[in-house]
Write a protein that binds this ligand. Structure first.
Ligand SMILES: [Fe+2]
Ligand SMILES: [Fe+2]
Length: 369
């Protein structure tokens, strides 16, 4: 489907912006704290600052030198490849889901920016400060670039306001490592999978931003590498019995959240020509393969209960939403039943036997997809 090929409406630019701005309060969308929205995090910055990377020094220096050289310095700028996009004649359902996708991605990128910048600001450990300054630099560019795309539709997110209005979730440093490592590597896998798909099917590229994904995902890859090294510097983070259970927990939580979130955007994936179940399994597969660099356990996404349970959780999430919208006793019952089903589904996923992994001495990897 080629959305751009459809004829122009008579609506002027200004009218369209006003119409979209009245329909999509993107700053409010980004500020919302729901189960599925990207969150903002805070942590114990002093504990994080105490990390000693000397046991991984050789790998660390190579990675930091690469980040210092700033390979994507000029990448996040619109150029001739940025074809004009006809928001006015885009199918309204697709437009709604696409804006939702952009807002959610922008929030996630900006969430990284805020957390990394705060670490850099509060820290005194030169290794940590240098790393977090490069990572916040990259995430600021990513969020800004997505916001430019939203601005063209007249619906940019007010990022300054968001920093103040958004609720922050506290995570202990080790949970930040697990969650952030995973979200960086998943970010890489998501961006590169879409990029490769559209490279093979350019007629399905309904917006130019996807052309920027290849270099973009290399930033996310390096960020994930940094967290792998941080975890490696303190072996008990990935080797103790309890921490292995936590890693398993984060894998299930992050994968199932992604599944539910993606299934809420059928028109968006349809326009890209991507089957959501295929795409999500593909992203899990790549992420799991990469995570063998540091995680001692891996989820069995080919287990016969995996996909059916994810489908169950997804339909239960829709029931919860329905119930909330409906209200009253009937709504409450529907909502509670949905929540119980999500709980059971999550436990079921957690109980699927994991695959054990022998982790290599040096975690370092290069992006290879
Ligand atoms: Fe990013
Ligand atoms: Fe990142």
């Amino acid at each position: 489907m080629n959305v751009q090929a459809r004829p122009h409406h008579d609506t002027t630019h200004g009218e369209l912006h006003a119409e979209l701005a009245s329909k999509f309060d993107t700053t409010a969308m980004a500020s919302e704290s729901t189960l599925l929205n990207p969150r903002f995090y805070t942590t114990d910055f002093d504990e994080l600052d105490k990390i000693d990377v000397s046991s991984v020094r050789a790998d660390w220096d190579v990675l930091i030198a690469q980040m210092r050289s700033d390979p994507n310095k000029g990448h996040f700028k619109k150029n001739a490849d940025w074809d004009s996009i006809d928001w006015a004649s885009m199918d309204p359902e697709l437009r709604k889901e696409f804006i939702d996708f952009l807002v959610s991605s922008c929030t996630a990128e900006f969430s990284g920016c805020v957390l990394y910048k705060e670490m850099k600001r509060r820290g005194s450990n030169p290794d940590i400060c240098e790393l977090f300054s490069y990572m916040s630099r990259d995430e600021a560019r990513h969020a800004g670039f997505i916001n430019d795309a939203l601005r063209e539709a007249g619906v940019a997110v007010n990022l300054g306001f968001l920093t103040k209005a958004k609720k922050y979730t506290y995570f202990r440093p080790k949970f930040i490592y697990y969650a952030t490592y995973l979200s960086e590597k998943i970010g890489y896998a998501r961006y590169i999978t879409i990029f490769r798909h559209l490279e093979a099917n350019p007629d399905q590229r309904f917006h130019p931003i996807f052309k920027w994904f290849r270099e973009w995902c290399n930033d996310e890859f390096s960020h994930g590498e940094a967290f792998a090294l941080l975890m490696k510097s303190d072996p008990k983070l990935t080797e103790s019995f309890v921490n292995k259970l936590w890693i398993r927990f984060f894998l299930v939580a992050v994968y199932s959240t992604m599944w539910v979130r993606d299934h809420a955007r059928p028109a968006f994936h349809n326009a890209l020509g991507v089957d959501i179940e295929w795409y999500d399994q593909e992203v899990f597969r790549k992420t799991s393969a990469i995570a063998r660099q540091i995680f001692p356990v891996e989820l069995d996404i080919d287990h016969p209960a995996w996909v059916p349970t994810l489908r169950n959780i997804e339909s239960a999430m829709r029931a919860i939403e329905d119930g909330t919208r409906k209200g009253g006793i009937g709504g409450w019952v529907k909502r509670s039943a949905g929540m119980a089903r999500v709980g059971v589904g999550f436990a079921r996923l957690y109980m699927i036997p994991v695959r054990k992994n022998s982790v290599p001495t040096s975690p370092r990897l290069q992006p290879s997809y």
